[in-house]
Design a protein around this ligand. Sequence first.
Ligand code: 13P
Ligand code: SF4
Length: 348
Amino acid sequence: MNVIEKIKKLKTKLGSRVVIPAHHYQTSDIVALADFIGDSYKLAVDCSKKKSEFIVFCGVRFMAEGAEVLTGKNQKIILPDLSAGCPLADHINKRQMDEALNRIAKFTKNKIAPVVYMNSTSEVKEICGKFDGSVCTSSNAKKIVNYFLSQGRSVFFAPDYNLGINTAHELDLLQNEIIKVKKDFTFTMMDQSDSPKLFIWDGNCRVHKRFTMSDVEEFKRTYKKGKIIVHPECDEAIVNIADVSGSTAKIYTEIKNSPPDSIWCVGTEFHFVERIAKEFPDKTIVPLRNSICQNMAKITVENLYETLYNIDQFINGKSELKNQIKIDEVSQVNARRSLKKMIEIVEG
Ligand code: 13P
Ligand code: SF4
């Protein structure tokens, strides 16, 4: 029996006690074994509705932490490889978040609302909730930031600079209303303003930083009639020149709904592009560049099998439970507030 057959057999045995969510960036073999897939917003909301005792998260740590915060005390979130982190999430820690909020408060008379990207640690989400802010994902950053701006609050956006600046453009903010906050807490102003609206932390995702304007030019030279679709973690120049930008779910849906023979160049994680190219053979789908998220790729059919085997052993009292994501209850309170605030704003 090969590993895929062994996973299927264990899944049948464990039944509804186990559910397997997978992010769009997971490899095709994992996606085929998952119970549901999605972008980071959908996965958070779907996990919060599941009642299964074990949630085996095929994604990276911040996603599994989100599920831990949004699910019940009796539910256990397992990450098949605990080293599958997100370097972008590590661009800001709890201390830097606290310090940045303190310094910004001295810089503007407006009340500050922290908006932290889902790609952040639960500790950072905890501070966000404490300061009455909200989490956002790439699918709703515009709505969340606008929610606070329309209350007359200035927003501190962290940790992804690109998502922050691309959201600012979508909201038609002026250059002098935007301030970049560097990691040494120096502020870069495009222009002087009495009432800056958006302070953006200087973090980035190296997988999306790799795309360059020469990649865009090369695609345009090869495919005169092709369209470019990118994730908003890409640099602003790339997002500005693209035909469409959005979350992984938006990229998937846009391509799925496009006419046969459409030509797409996709600026995001390579395994995802590779999968949709296979799924829609009637369209030409090429990556802007082969940029792999090594952390997402740490989840494999081998460690997924080991995880399910371990759960089965644990249920039968033969082993300790391995690779569980645990966040203490006290810290969860404010992290949950910030995640629930996002869901409340999005779902209305
Ligand atoms: P999505 O929320 O669009 O799925 O993005 C998550 C991510 O990590 C992108 O790099
Ligand atoms: Fe994090 Fe970038 Fe990987 Fe997304 S692609 S999980 S932001 S490192």
